[in-house]
Design a binder for this molecule. Structure first.
Ligand SMILES: [Zn+2]
Length: 243
């Protein structure tokens, strides 16, 4: 899918993924997004910024790359015109802009990166703060003057920052999702970002693949990605043992 088309703007999505930059979500949960799409779920990826400037990129190139990646994964995407790369800050305006996207598209689940990326872009953590607030704002009543669309209640999940993924430490509140059948799709989606991953940086994509294979090996599949819960999950014991 290319940039979200005007005619589809009122559409309901099952899952909305929010990131600071194009390529963040493809690296973190490209496999989960492709799996959801394969199962017929409607997924919308919201990039809070266009990710520019970068050494080899420009605005149009990044949009083209992001759209090509979304096409491969079978999802829709849009860039929210509220925020600027490198200057992304948790602000009331950004929270309300994103909250209205949630109210408009009424997702069951919102997923964003969870945790700081120390020694890398602080935008990622700001995106987490904006998203958490927007999920909260989305369900608040008696605040209609700030929003175009009615209240909507959402569940939230987080994905692992890439640096944390590479540390090999798995947080206690995480769970693995099998992405065996879509691992190649995920890698192909990341490869569309030629401006970010020129040949001398392709090793990074190999490392992502190895980590996904490692996570898969932990529970006997070819590849997996991690998601984190915001709090303890209540499960029926019969569901756990599938009896
Ligand atoms: Zn990023």
């Amino acid at each position: 899918m290319t940039e979200l088309k005007e005619t589809r703007k009122e559409e309901k999505y099952d899952v909305i993924v929010v990131t600071a930059h194009p390529d963040d979500a493809e690296i973190g949960i490209g496999g989960i997004m492709a799996t959801l799409a394969k199962k017929g779920k409607k997924v919308l990826l919201v990039n809070l910024t266009d990710g520019e400037p970068t050494p080899l990129g420009d605005h149009d190139t990044r949009i083209k790359e992001a759209s090509a990646a979304a096409e491969i994964l079978g999802i829709d995407r849009l860039t929210l015109d509220c925020c600027v790369n490198r200057r992304l800050m948790d602000s009331f305006e950004a929270r309300v802009s994103l909250g209205d996207v949630f109210r408009k598209h009424r997702p069951e689940i919102v997923i964003t990166m969870g945790g700081k990326t120390i020694m890398a872009s602080p935008d990622h953590y700001q995106a987490q703060l904006i998203t958490e607030a927007a999920v909260f704002y989305s369900r608040l009543t008696k605040w209609d003057e700030h929003f175009t669309y009615p209240v909507h209640t959402i569940k939230q999940l987080f994905y692992f920052p890439v640096g944390a993924m590479m540390s090999g430490q798995i947080p206690h509140n995480s769970f693995l999702v099998d992405i065996s059948s879509v691992l190649q799709k995920k890698l192909d989606a990341i490869l569309t970002y030629e401006s970010q991953f020129p040949p001398e940086k392709r090793q990074f994509i190999d490392q992502i693949k190895l980590h996904n294979q490692h996570f898969g090996a932990l529970y006997g599949s070819r590849a997996a990605e991690l998601l984190m819960l915001p709090r303890l999950l209540r499960l029926d014991i019969l569901d756990i043992f599938n009896i």
